[in-house]
Design a protein around this ligand. Structure first.
Ligand code: FEO
Length: 399
């Protein structure tokens, strides 16, 4: 059994897989499911790091008991209070009533508020230390990665970082959990989608956390979602670093709404010209079909963004406006922005998109294009000019 759960030293993986939930946080599709990771340090003093979604408590408890038998858990370390990780606090406390909960000042109010759990607690501050026997733990406060109470726990004995949501990704763990023993292909794109959707707003706090971790002798990263990272730590840290700086590759996302295909024809004209101009990475999303989580993922990946909308009730097409809302919420920076749209009898969408995106930190590129009713040679030409302006701007960054 130990071989199946052991990570390093006396640290075990006791997380669970969720293959049932369709939408994470009620919003984000989970085609490959998601894991809720928890870790057990079976030292002289036994500590559990985070818990799992309450729906999986029975399986979770079985995993813990398979390692501990009748021995109790003495500490429960709570790095993050979002209920996908804190959901089993009340249930595990019922099993181990003498267990002391470890958290920071922000943690305990949330535990009481969500679960009505009070009692023995150990409140830690930045840099505080806890010895379990062989394993020595140090605590680092990393607020807003992803909630205000978020902290990380570093096992100085084994060089293992319990990172909370940081370095996490969507996707269940199908058999193994160590990056060296599983096929990682499905996780890389899902890491970008996870970051951009869940943590994407908090680029600055993520940068602060990365700076704090810089220099620690980290041998393994135990996130709350996805594989345990060992050999791939530089790649994973690089992805989180780039995404939280809002850095992006050369490429263009064209996201558009279209009721009868006219705005879509503009999108096609723009894409075709971008390609003719030598832009290789072009991703087109019809907002009525692509889930916004995938559009956001691509917007975090690529530097160019061109948004198209028909005028609808004298406004932006609602699905496009909802996407713009999500982009602005995440304070996406360092993107070149082009706008286009169509209308039947009175244009409004392009103007309103311009007003809305002024609130963001985008660099406008080219002249916005607005087309009446259907494609004309002039509209085609103006779409191509917009594409050329975008391609020129992207190519400037090559040097
Ligand atoms: Fe996976 Fe912010 O919780």
């Amino acid at each position: 059994m130990n071989e199946k759960t052991l990570i390093k030293g006396k640290i075990h993986y006791v997380g669970v897989n969720d293959r049932q939930k369709r939408l994470f946080e009620g919003m984000w599709p989970l085609p490959n499911g998601v894991s809720y990771n928890s870790y057990l340090i079976d030292d002289d003093i036994v500590a559990l790091v985070d818990t799992v979604d309450a729906c999986y408590f029975e399986a979770y408890l079985r995993k813990i008991r398979a390692i501990l038998g009748d021995r109790p858990v003495q500490y429960l370390i709570i790095n993050h209070m979002e209920p996908d990780h804190s959901g089993s606090i009340r249930l595990i406390k019922q099993q181990y009533p003498d267990m002391v909960i470890v958290g920071n000042k922000q943690t305990f109010g949330m535990i009481e508020g969500f679960y009505g759990v009070t009692g023995d607690r150990y409140e830690v501050k930045e840099g505080d230390f806890l010895s379990l026997g062989r394993h020595c733990l140090r605590f680092y406060l990393t607020p807003m990665v992803h909630w205000p109470e978020t902290m990380m726990t570093f096992d100085e004995t084994e060089g293992v970082l319990f990172a909370g949501d940081a370095f996490g990704c969507f996707g269940t763990l199908d058999g193994g959990f160590l990056d060296t023993r599983i096929d990682l292909d499905k996780y890389w794109e899902e890491m970008t989608r996870y970051y951009s959707n869940i943590v994407g707003k908090y680029g600055n706090p993520v940068q602060k956390a990365l700076a704090k971790l810089n220099g620690l002798p980290i041998q393994a990263v135990c996130s709350t979602h996805g594989p345990v990272w060992t050999e791939n730590i530089p790649r994973v840290a690089g992805i989180y670093d780039r995404l939280s700086r809002y850095e992006a590759e050369e490429g263009v996302v064209i996201a558009y709404g279209s009721m009868y295909g006219h705005t879509e024809q503009m999108a096609e004209a723009i894409a075709s010209e971008l390609s003719a101009q030598g832009i290789r990475h072009i991703v087109m999303h019809n907002v009525s079909k692509s889930h916004p989580s995938y559009i956001l993922k691509d917007i975090f990946k690529y530097r160019g963004l061109i948004i198209g909308s028909p005028t609808y009730c004298n406004h932006i097409y609602p699905e496009v406006e909802a996407l713009l809302d999500k982009i602005l919420l995440r304070e996406v920076k360092n993107r070149y922005l082009g706008l286009f749209g169509s209308f039947c009898w009175a244009g409004a969408a392009v103007k309103r998109m311009g007003e809305l995106t002024e609130k963001g930190k985008f660099e406008p590129v080219g002249d916005p294009v607005e087309m009446k009713q259907a494609m004309t040679p002039l509209a085609q030409e103006r779409c191509e000019q917009l594409a050329q302006a975008m391609a020129d701007r992207l190519k400037k960054d090559r040097h």
